[in-house]
Structures are given as C-alpha cells and as structure tokens.
Design a protein around this ligand. Structure first.
Ligand SMILES: Cc1cc2nc3c(=O)[nH]c(=O)nc-3n(C[C@H](O)[C@H](O)[C@H](O)COP(=O)(O)O)c2cc1C
Length: 456
C-alpha cells in the first residue's frame, strides 16, 4: 500500500520546490516553522498557536446525536496534540438535516453530551500543556441539504435543481420552501445559543462543500426570496448571523467555513468563472466576506469543492474514486491561493486555509511560508489530524513532522464515511479503523481506487 504511494510523494523541500516550478505554481516555503508557533488574537481571546484542526466528521455519535466513545477519543487526542484551534465537526441543527444516523446533533436533549465533550477537550489540553492552556474551540453547525441521510438512506433536501448534482432525482422532486428556510434559520440560532451556554468559543454557520447553505449561495436559478440575486442567495446566511448577533450579542464568536469556489459550472456553482468553471472568480465570495466583516465576523475558514462531486478539488488525493485531472499539488496550490486572495481583501480578519494534508511531512514548511508571507493567519489541517493527532506538538517541540506518521492521502477515511462507518485513519490508527474499513468494504462492489494518473 505505502509503496504504491511512495512514488508520488515529494521527499524533501528541494523536491517540492522543483515540482512547484515544473507545474508553474506559486507557493511560499519556509524551512523555519516558527511562524506556526505564533499565537493569534481573535477578539478578546487568544488562539495559542497558528495551527488549526479542521472539522472532520467521525460519524461516531450516538443515534440521538451525542458524542460517543470514539468521538471523545478523537477529541481527547486532538486536544492533547497541541493545535491552537480545534474546529469541531459538522453538527446538525435538525434531525432531518443529519448526513448520517450517527452525525452529531446539537439540541436541548444532547446539550450535556456536548458539554462533556468540551470539558474533555479542555481537560486533555490542560493535562498536557498546563492549567493556563486552552485551545480555541469552534463548533460547526450544519444542515446537510441534498446530502441528508438521517436514517442511512439518501433523503435529499435541495435548495435548487442542479443538473450536475441531481443524479436520478425525479423531475418533480420538491425544493425546500422559503417558509421552511425561514424556520430553519431559527434552528441555527437555537443551536448557537446552546453552543454559547456550553462555552464553545465560536459557532460556524457551515457554508461549504455544497451542503444546504453552500447550495443556497449558488441558487441562481431558484425563485423567491432565497434565489437569484446575490442579496437573495446570501439571505439565509446573513439572516442567521443577524439573528444570532441580535439574540446573543458578543456572547459567542460567529464564524463560518465558506466555499469560495465550487468548481461546478455556472449557474449551478458559486465562485466560478462564468465561462470556465475550472477557474475561480472570487468577486461574490469576497463581497460576502466583506459584508460579514461589517457585521462583526472576525474569522473565516476558506475551502473549495464538493466531496461527492469533485473530491480532488476538496481534498487533493493520490488515491480516490477517480483519477484526478490535475496533479494534487495544483489542488493544494489553488486552496492556498484562494485563501490568500480573501486575506488580502480583508487584512484585519483571521483567514484559515484548507487542503494542506496531501503535502505530508512537508506541510509545515508550506504553512509556515504562507503565514510569513501573510497569505492567511491560521493553517488548517484535516486528514493529517486523523492520522497524526499530535502533529502540532511535534512541530512545536521538534520543528518537524515524522514522515511515517503522516496522512498518505489514500482516501480511506472518506471511503469509510461513504460505506456508512465510523471514520478515522485506517493506516495510522489501524487497530481501531482497519476493521471498520474492512467491514464496510465487505459485501459491497469494489470502488475503483486509482492511483494518481501517471501522466500528470
Ligand atoms: C472523513 C472526512 C470528514 C470530513 N468532515 C468534515 C466536516 O465535518 N466539516 C467540514 O467542513 N469538512 C469536513 N471534511 C473536510 C476537511 O475538513 C478538509 O477540508 C479536507 O480534508 C481537506 O483538508 P486536508 O487536506 O487537510 O485534509 C472532512 C474530510 C474527511 C476526509
């Protein structure tokens, strides 16, 4: 398994510099990783260093939506791993918007479970780094929209018809109504209030990866109050932000994980060049981020793509459901570049970048280079954290990552999710996740697992 991947890995900084040049990319690199150790001020709080763990669903809550044994294990490992910010995974605000029957769901009945999760995080971090240490915590609130699967079977709730994503949905499949959206706004506000009472530092109004709110941003063809114009397409998000601010004031920081580039053709994708969806056009995303900044939003987590439709854009990989049309380094560079452009436009905001895990042990050098050059202020790590939960500790203490502990971008954590299992790293946390992966694969048609195309 590892040998197959070996071939595509960049072995050293020099190797990476050469490949960046060959591919005609721009990516700052710093051999000194001290920039990752810098704390970041956010409002009146301090994020103890510049490394963030991205939201990563474990699909391992109870059926009621509370964190369960493996959820606690994951976050305990993250917290004692030293990342300054822990962005807690997609957490549904209504049962019908859950992406799987074990997705976390925040409501009055599950509130205590989330309080225990936050305690676990804080205690594990203190035990490792001292009583004054506290990682910054964000909880991601979501409605899975067209990817809702609350009972384990697809039960899509769509904001607009989309020829690229509709698959075999019947022609008369309903679109969520304006009234339902308006009610849903209040469910986000209620969940934000619970998150504030529990003591999370921030709530993320998830607006990415083509789940409901992300889909609304691209609802060019939708009629009514939530479709068509920029004002209408951003209404759901803006209303939620306004209502939370109205109800909670500054009691909790409001943030968002935002797709700035869907890589789906216009008028069905957002942040895309109208003539060529392979190119981002960040005009609208930047306009939105500036409006949000005016409403007191101080941090934005930037991401791209759709994990179901174009996963190579969303999480550059070596091995996945299809051979990607580009070298994974091109995908990494795109993720970093869009974060750079957003940060340039809102210099006083804290911009967090995505998509670094494919770089494996070289990720810290790119992240540090970007931080030094002001491309963004926080470096986010997703799959790397599943594989190597204490990656930040090694960066802080040793100035480097151990190659044999890094994510190998094999896509198995995503495959577990698609198979309906509990997600984690099959390679580096094999004792727990290899049997889960194997069980999920058994009895199912083999999914083509291609290596990176030889020709890219
Ligand atoms: C198994 C799995 C679960 C994920 N769950 C979430 C999630 O809950 N919310 C979210 O915004 N992104 C989620 N993502 C996307 C990651 O946060 C991240 O954007 C992606 O993996 C690319 O970053 P990386 O290269 O550091 O892994 C998930 C990705 C994977 C592989």
């Amino acid at each position: 398994m590892l040998d197959k991947h070996e071939k595509f890995q960049l072995k050293s900084i020099d190797d990476m510099v050469k490949k960046i040049k060959t591919l005609g990319l721009t990516m700052p690199i710093s051999a000194n990783v001290d920039a990752l150790l810098q704390s970041v001020k956010l409002g009146d709080k301090v994020i103890p260093n510049s490394m963030a763990i991205q939201p990563m669903e474990g699909c391992d809550g109870t059926t009621a939506g509370e964190p369960d044994e493996l959820t606690f294990r994951r976050y305990r490992r993250f917290a004692s791993g030293g990342a300054g910010l822990i962005w807690i995974e997609a957490t549904a605000v209504v049962p019908e918007g859950r992406a799987n029957p074990r997705q976390l769901y925040l409501c009055h009945q599950t509130k205590d479970g989330f309080a225990r999760l936050l305690d676990t995080i804080i205690e594990a971090a203190k035990a490792q780094f001292g009583s004054n240490y506290r990682p910054y915590t964000v909880i991601q609130l979501t409605h899975s929209g067209r990817y809702s699967k609350p009972e384990g079977r697809p039960a899509p709730i769509i904001a607009a018809r989309n020829p690229y994503l509709d698959g075999n949905l019947p022609d008369d499949y309903p679109v969520i109504s304006d009234e339902q959206l308006q009610e849903l706004e209040d469910r986000f506000v209620e969940a934000a209030e619970l998150a504030s009472q529990i003591g999370f530092d921030a709530v993320d109004i998830k607006s990415c990866h083509r789940y409901l709110n992300s889909e609304l941003l691209s609802a060019f063809t939708r009629e009514g109050n939530y479709g068509g114009s920029f004002e209408n397409r951003t209404r759901f998000l803006i209303n939620i932000v306004d209502k939370i601010k109205q109800r909670l004031g500054d009691a909790i920081e409001v943030t968002l994980r935002l797709n700035v580039y869907d890589a789906i053709p216009y008028p069905y994708g957002w942040g895309v060049d109208k003539e060529d969806h392979r190119k981002p056009d960040l005009t609208e995303p930047i306009r939105l981020v500036k409006i949000l900044r005016g409403k007191g939003i101080r941090m934005v987590n930037i991401t791209c793509g759709n994990p179901y439709y174009n996963p190579h854009v969303n999480r550059p990989y070596d091995s996945g459901p299809y051979i990607p049309p580009e070298h994974p380094l091109v995908g990494v560079a795109r993720m970093l570049e869009v974060a750079r452009v957003v940060q340039e436009n809102v210099p006083d905001m804290v911009v967090l970048s995505s998509g670094l895990s494919w770089l494996r042990h070289l990720a810290p050098y790119v992240a540090a280079g970007c931080l030094k050059e002001g491309w963004f202020k926080l470096a986010g790590f997703g799959r790397l954290a599943f594989a190597y939960p204490d990656f930040a500790k090694d960066i802080i203490e040793k100035g480097a990552l151990e190659p044999n502990k890094c994510c190998i971008a094999c896509g198995k954590c995503s495959e577990i999710m698609r198979d309906g299992g509990k997600a984690g790293c099959v390679i580096r946390d094999a004792e727990i996740y290899a049997p889960i992966y194997k069980a999920g694969r058994e009895g199912k048609p083999p999914i083509q697992s291609n290596r990176l195309a030889e020709h890219v």
